[in-house]
Write a protein that binds this ligand. Structure first.
Ligand SMILES: NCc1[nH]cc(CCC(=O)O)c1CC(=O)O
Length: 309
């Protein structure tokens, strides 16, 4: 019998804390355990501390996960709760993604101050986003806009928008919903036109590979469809060597036993892009993503990827 509380690691941002609480609530409900059996341990990560530079500049993915992973490996944490989108495709030896919570809405939300829709923004309007994928997608649809790098926690970005530093910004709708701000977006972007980042909207749990006790704990809260869809999307990302320095988009949708994946890669200026669609069985989720990645890589040609370096 477990008597000590399970230690749940998370970043310390309001969104990360909300996500850790969701994981804890699901674990309490699934096992009929009291809140005292779980301790939420917030850690500040390099990605949270450095706010003045683009993520791509300071080292990209891994910035949000390294500290939590070190604690998992040393036994200081039992599980870590992450936004799957922030997870590198390769994890440290000894750790793995052991569960996914049911996915939230995967769409990007547009928050406009001077116009409610992306296509309605005045010529030359300023859009703030730190994501290379969002920047490239905006430039593809609206090459006339001025796109600036714009970071910070959700609350900071919304404050800067209110203060008039930008005309509009984009955020994951999932994050806004989890923060209790579902009414903030002025437009929800259609994934077929403005595809989300691989794994957007999905919370994952990382743990040690040799921890059967934790596997048993997580088993009832794992959402199979999310697991398969995000495994497919991460397969796509891994094959393309995706990091946050690369404008890669893609999403998988499970329908019964079948899964349909749509992917897109762009040049950072949005002037060129390639898309791919792939379908198959959910049991082959990761391979479907990898095949889509290999195919889009071949279709784009080596020269396309020079724009990413
Ligand atoms: N890159 C930061 C990040 N990582 C996960 C989310 C949102 C929540 C999610 O996608 O699950 C966000 C903020 C955003 O993109 O607006």
């Amino acid at each position: 019998m477990q008597t000590k509380p399970f230690r749940i690691g998370t970043r310390s941002s309001p969104l990360a804390l909300a996500q850790a609480q969701e994981a804890r609530d699901r674990l309490m409900a699934a096992h009929g355990l009291p809140a005292e059996m779980f301790e939420i341990v917030p850690l500040s990560t390099k990605g949270d501390r450095v706010q003045d530079r683009a993520l791509a500049e300071i080292g990209g993915k891994g910035l949000f996960t390294e500290e939590l992973e070190a604690q998992l490996l040393s036994g200081g944490l039992d599980i870590a709760v992450h936004s799957s989108k922030d997870m590198p495709t390769a994890l440290p030896e000894g750790l793995y993604i052991s569960a996914y919570l049911p996915r939230e809405d995967m769409r990007d939300a547009f928050i406009g101050r001077t116009a409610p829709k992306l296509i309605e923004l005045p010529h030359g309007a300023v859009v703030g986003s730190a994501s290379l994928r969002r920047q490239a997608l905006i430039r593809r649809l609206r090459p006339d806009l001025k796109v600036i790098t714009y970071r910070g926690a959700v609350e900071t970005r919304l404050r800067k928008l209110d203060e008039g530093q930008v005309d509009a910004t984009l955020l994951a709708f999932a994050g806004l919903r989890r923060l209790g701000m579902p009414g903030v977006p002025t437009e929800l972007l259609d994934p077929s036109e403005f595809p989300p980042a691989p794994a957007q909207g999905a919370i994952c749990i990382e743990s040690r590979i040799d921890d059967a006790r934790i596997d048993t704990l997580l088993e009832p809260i794992n959402d199979r469809q999310t697991f398969d869809a995000v495994s497919c999307e991460r397969g796509f990302l891994a094959t393309l060597d995706g990091s946050c320095r690369t404008p890669i988009a893609g999403y998988a949708i499970c329908d019964g036993d079948m899964l349909r994946f749509s992917g897109m890669i762009l040049t950072p200026d949005g002037s060129r892009f390639h898309t791919i669609e792939h379908e198959g069985r959910c049991t082959d989720a990761k391979a479907i993503g990898e095949q889509a990645g290999a195919q889009i890589r071949a279709a784009a040609g080596a020269e396309f990827f020079e724009s990413w370096t």
